[in-house]
Structures are given as structure tokens and as C-alpha cells.
Design a protein around this ligand. Structure first.
Ligand SMILES: Cc1ncc(COP(=O)(O)O)c(C=O)c1O
Length: 424
């Protein structure tokens, strides 16, 4: 089918709010590691898709899936060593007492389950969330996602959901020059009566590639736990070494969550989600009602999950993310730091954001310009996206094999594109 035929079929057959990226949609037919290829054979650098974490179609992951698919693919009601081995390997990446796993098929399902665990343990419903957060597409998760309930078509926060200010030290109330910004932002949690759970991305990605100020999570966790709630870390975007300095983003904040939620990267594109919690919380959830996910923890899912972990660890992708990400950050500062539209360049490892503003004093979001930048980058063969409450943060979050050459090329093209924007 041609691109036009596919588009026409989508318009007829697919819900209109299932969106397509870019002004000129990209018709991708093949992927290999950090590269995508369109129907004309043109190569693109994938600069922001964090789902194919170890690389599009990584041969070790594909082989593991294919081999297991030919042999057996069934559910957790049978004994199979893959489930035991995967749970062992996954929990070994996490600090104690996070030792009990549940496997599901997506980040949304994992967050849903995390909320059920929290409710079973605390017998409370109230949830504290960060402003601009997104946690998934189900009814309950839209209810705890300000990014959605405050956006187009949203119905606002339900009474059991309490929204804390996004601890954004670039445009929020407390800035980077305030050494107590973390504690100050956390204070807002004190005014929530009886929290059952606090849930946050350990580095808010949808919120605009935010790096939390020091001691933020430790301070909120202390307040929430003292009030009888549990703390959930949504690591769907940030887990598995992307931040470079640590395997999970919560580790950079020196906290241990009560429940960790994993998704996207752990299956490298295969639908895999996981929830890992403490034996105490798992015991509260074990209340006589069986938990079963037909595909979660299937023999193939676990084979894929094990292969992804093997690659992340054996190819030392966390160290790679730190080296390439630091170089990229330096080069971005050098090449575009003085451009009048560039308000902030931030991030860690291969989790970076370039925030565009029309006015560096007032921080007026340059949302249209950000959209123009990613569209022009796409035309130049580099795929990036925008995020943040104003959609003015250009996100750079590539598959982890993204290397120094890709970084140099991305910076060169971005610098060119920003230069051309000055003249529109
Ligand atoms: C932080 C975060 N949590 C949860 C989800 C939901 O994951 P999924 O789309 O796999 O259901 C997403 C998806 O974008 C996400 O960004």
C-alpha cells in the first residue's frame, strides 16, 4: 500500500484521535537498532523512541522470541522455568525489599495493578500525583493523569485525586539556584489528608523531561509514609539504565519505593509490563481473589524479558548512555545554548530535553516553534518529539545504541534547523 492509501484506510477504519506523527507522516517499513527506514529506503535516526530500548529488532531479542514461540507459549498457571528465571533476574536489579513480581502486558495495566496493590494495603483510595503526569490509558489512569484530565476532552480531577505542583526547577516556583527546592516542592504533600498512594515518574518525562531537584522524592515519601500512604515509582519511561547514572531513576533520588512499575523498554517493543513490590504489600493483595493476566508472564514474554535484560547488562548500555548522553548534553550546550529560542537544556544519560521559549525572562513557551523544529528535523532524517505541559520541550530519548556519531549528527542538524527558524 502507498502512504496515501494507508492514510485513507486509517481515516476510514481507525478512531480519529489515534494520531499520526509529523506534518508529513513517516511510512516506516524496517527498523534496525537506532535507525528506521522508510518505504523509499531512506534512513532516519530514531531520536526519541524509548520502547525499542536495546535497539529496533535487536537480533538477540528477536531470536529469543522466535525460539520460544516455536516451542511453547502459555500462561502462568503451568510451571515453566522462564517465569522463575525472569522474576529472579528482574528483582536482582532492584533493591530489597522489592522482591515480589507481577507480570502484565503494558504500562497501563501495570499502573492499574499498582493502584490495586496500594488500595489493598492501605484500604484507602486517595492518590497524590504530579501535575502534568501521564500514567496510562484506562479509566482510572486517566483519572490520575493531569496531562489528560486537564487537557482537551478531559473532565478535571476526581475528588480522590490530589495534584502536587510539578517540581520543575526551570519554570516552577523554586529554581535550580535554591538548594532546598526539593524540600520546598515536597511540602505540598503535607496538605493531603489520608493518602493511599503517591505515584510519580522518577524523572517526569511527559511533564517535559524534568530532572527532580535533590531530596524531592525522599521528602515526599517521608510525608506520605508518615500519613499512612505508599509510594509508587512509575519507571515506565526511565528504567533500565536510560538515565546513565543509575539503572532506575528513583535511585538518583536515593529512595526505595514501595511499588515499582515497569513497561515500555523491558519488552523492547514486545508488550510487557511488570509491577515489583514488597512482601508485605503482596501479602495484603493476596486476599483470596486470584490475580491472573492471560498473557502477562507468558513463556514468550519471559523469554523476551530475559533477552532484553541480557543485552542491557552484557552490552553495558547504562554506561554507554552515560557516556553518549554526557557528550550530547555538552555539544547541545556548545552549539545551541546561545540561540534565543533555547531556554533550557537538561537531562541525564539518554533522557534529555531542550525547552524552547519566546522570551527568556518570561519563559513564554515556544510551542509552535517546537513543533516546527521536530517537523524540520524529520525532513532532515532525525526523528524527535515534543513533550511537557506546553508541548515546547524537544525530547531526545533514543534507543540506547544511539552513538557518538548519531549525537554529532543530531546536534549539527538541530543547530541548522534552529538557525533556519530564526529567519521564518
Ligand atoms: C510514564 C508512563 N506511564 C505509563 C504509561 C502507559 O504505558 P502503556 O502505553 O504501555 O499502557 C506511559 C505511556 O506512555 C507512560 O509514559
Amino acid at each position: 500500500m502507498t502512504s496515501d492509501e494507508i492514510l485513507a484506510a486509517r481515516r476510514r477504519l481507525i478512531g480519529a484521535n489515534v494520531s499520526v506523527g509529523y506534518r508529513r507522516p513517516v511510512h516506516i517499513v524496517r527498523g534496525s537498532m537506532q535507525y528506521l527506514f522508510d518505504d523509499t529506503g531512506r534512513r532516519y535516526i530514531d531520536g526519541y523512541n524509548n520502547v525499542p530500548h536495546v535497539g529496533h529488532c535487536h537480533p538477540r531479542v528477536v531470536d529469543a522470541a522466535e525460539r520460544q514461540m516455536r516451542t511453547l507459549n502459555t500462561n502462568t498457571r503451568y510451571l515453566h522455568e522462564n517465569l522463575a528465571r525472569y522474576a529472579e533476574r528482574l528483582t536482582a536489579t532492584l533493591p530489597a525489599p522489592l522482591r515480589v513480581c507481577y507480570f502484565v502486558n503494558s504500562g497501563s495495566e501495570a499502573n492499574e495493578l499498582a493502584l490495586r496493590l496500594a488500595r489493598a494495603h492501605t484500604r484507602r483510595r486517595d492518590v497524590i500525583v504530579l501535575d502534568a503526569a501521564y500514567h496510562g490509558n484506562t479509566t482510572t489512569l486517566i483519572d490520575i493523569s493531569p496531562y489528560k484530565f486537564n487537557g482537551p476532552g478531559g473532565e478535571g480531577a476526581p475528588p480522590w485525586v490530589h495534584v502536587l505542583p510539578l517540581p520543575d526547577t526551570y519554570r516552577g516556583a523554586y529554581r535550580r539556584d535554591d538548594p532546598r527546592a526539593g524540600e520546598k516542592y515536597a511540602e505540598a504533600a503535607r496538605y493531603v489528608g489520608n493518602p493511599g498512594a503517591f505515584i510519580a515518574e522518577s524523572a517526569p518525562s511527559v511533564g517535559g523531561q524534568i530532572i527532580l531537584p535533590e531530596r524531592y522524592l525522599a521528602s515526599v515519601y517521608a510525608i506520605v509514609r508518615a500519613a499512612g500512604g505508599v509510594c509508587i515509582a512509575d519507571e515506565v519511561q526511565t528504567g533500565y539504565g536510560r538515565m546513565g547514572t543509575h539503572f532506575y531513576a528513583f535511585e538518583a533520588q536515593r529512595v526505595i519505593p514501595d511499588i515499582v512499575v515497569l513497561g515500555k523498554p523491558i519488552g523492547n517493543g514486545y508488550p510487557l509490563g511488570a509491577v515489583v513490590t514488597t512482601p508485605d504489600i503482596a501479602a495484603s493483595f493476596d486476599n483470596g481473589m486470584e490475580f491472573f493476566s492471560t498473557f502477562g508472564g507468558s513463556t514468550v514474554s519471559c523469554a523476551v524479558g530475559l533477552a532484553v535484560l541480557d543485552v542491557v547488562q552484557q552490552e553495558r548500555l547504562q554506561e554507554h548512555a552515560l557516556a553518549v548522553g554526557s557528550l550530547l548534553l555538552d555539544r547541545l550546550h556548545g552549539a545551541i545554548g546561545d540561540h534565543p529560542l533555547v531556554g533550557d537544556i537538561r537531562g541525564s544519560g539518554l533522557f534529555l530535553g531542550v525547552e524552547l521559549v519566546r522570551d527568556r525572562e518570561r519563559l513564554t513557551p515556544a510551542s509552535d516553534e517546537a513543533s516546527e523544529v521536530v517537523n524540520r528535523m524529520r525532513d532532515r532524517g532525525v526523528l524527535l518529539g515534543t513533550d511537557g505541559p506546553f508541548h515546547n520541550v524537544v525530547k531526545i530519548r533514543p534507543p540506547m545504541p544511539f552513538d557518538e556519531g548519531d549525537a554529532a549528527h543530531l546536534v549539527e542538524v538541530l543547530s541548522d534547523v534552529l538557525g533556519s527558524l530564526r529567519r521564518i
